[in-house]
Design a protein around this ligand. Sequence first.
Ligand SMILES: *Cc1c(COP(=O)(O)O)cnc(C)c1O
Length: 427
Amino acid sequence: MTKSESLFERARKVAPGGVHSPVRGFRGVGGVPRFIESARGACLRDVEGKAYVDFCLSWGPLILGHGDEEVAREVHRAIDRGWTYGAAEPYSLELAELIVSKIPWAEKVRFVNSGTEAVMSALRVARAATNRPKILKFDGCYHGHTDSMLVRAGSGLAEMASPDSAGVSAAVASETIVVPLNDLKALEEAFGLHGPQIAAVIVEPVPANNGLLLQTDEFLPALCKIARKAGALVIFDEVITGFRVAFGGMAELTGLKPDLVTYGKIIGGGFPVGAYGGRVELMDLVAPSGPVYQAGTLSANPVAMAAGLATLKKLLRDNPYEKLAARTEKLARSLEKVTGAKVQNFASLFWPVLGKVATADGMVRAPNEIPAEQKGRFAEVFHALLARGFYLAPSGYEVAFLSTAHSDTQLDGLVQALGEISGRSAS
Ligand SMILES: *Cc1c(COP(=O)(O)O)cnc(C)c1O
């Protein structure tokens, strides 16, 4: 028995599925999750002492890689001062000022502890601001695990969404409208049916939680137009894309200004931080300045604030975005060459499509366009890569991340390993 196997056996006795977030449990790829003991740069090391080049990177927060020295220094300094005060302090002020100064559509921000909380709170603000009950989301976008977002489409647009998790009530689900991605007609129809009831449209401006479902360039501008014509707010959920595709996320890249924006992942530099922001009149609805209640015992934790601040300052100083995108583009094209599979990529995100794509333009833009073989073939590739020392997110529906810590040698290694694997499986 390996150490990971015996730890997993113990873990399953004390935690559901042995893990504290579902995909970590390797259900999507089979086998026993590797227990990770430490990490540095672009590498994870498991309890057996085996090293892996990491393309999961804690699911997105670690754009600078593991254990970045500048971040570590600020975190140590913060801990030496004490680690939570439950009082006003200058550290969240500094991070908020930095964000507000660089991201004009976030005139004020409120820090919370996760992306889920940021979304949950932004939806509450949207409902309060519009005095409307319903939220429109897209099938294939993930917005954390708040009840109203754990829903799937009903049988028709006139149907309300149904719960997509046990424990979500039909009543809560009925307040959410689910529309397909890449289908502006369906969006218009939904607004035609429910327009005056819709408080907000929430969207991952680059859907990256169900594969990397790249939308056409017209999608976001049209969405904003349709929503605003009906008096609904636009919420960009930039929990993955914020500080990743550009410092100001997709809003910066597209020039589209969301009414409310949610952040998570990179904003805490690997510590638990989420945030939501928007125009002053919307954010001033939040307690204690307004009637929308939202609070947190450990919100704006000073150690997490220091990690986030160090991360964002380094990103602003080094501006790694163009280089990261170019390296990802090169990697994706090399991977396509050696595997024959399609690799969809955007900025420092990439996602292999394992199977035949049946769409007219050859792109996968919606969940129902993902090849049926994706799950099975990804599981094989995942384990073959794991054996060779490469760690992808353990699911074929999750994207891979590039960090500034990856070396060219490590990227070439991935290309070579996938070449070997494809060659073998083809023979
Ligand atoms: C990860 C993610 C969330 C949820 O964030 P947590 O910190 O896991 O709660 C919400 N929205 C998007 C787009 C995400 O990628």
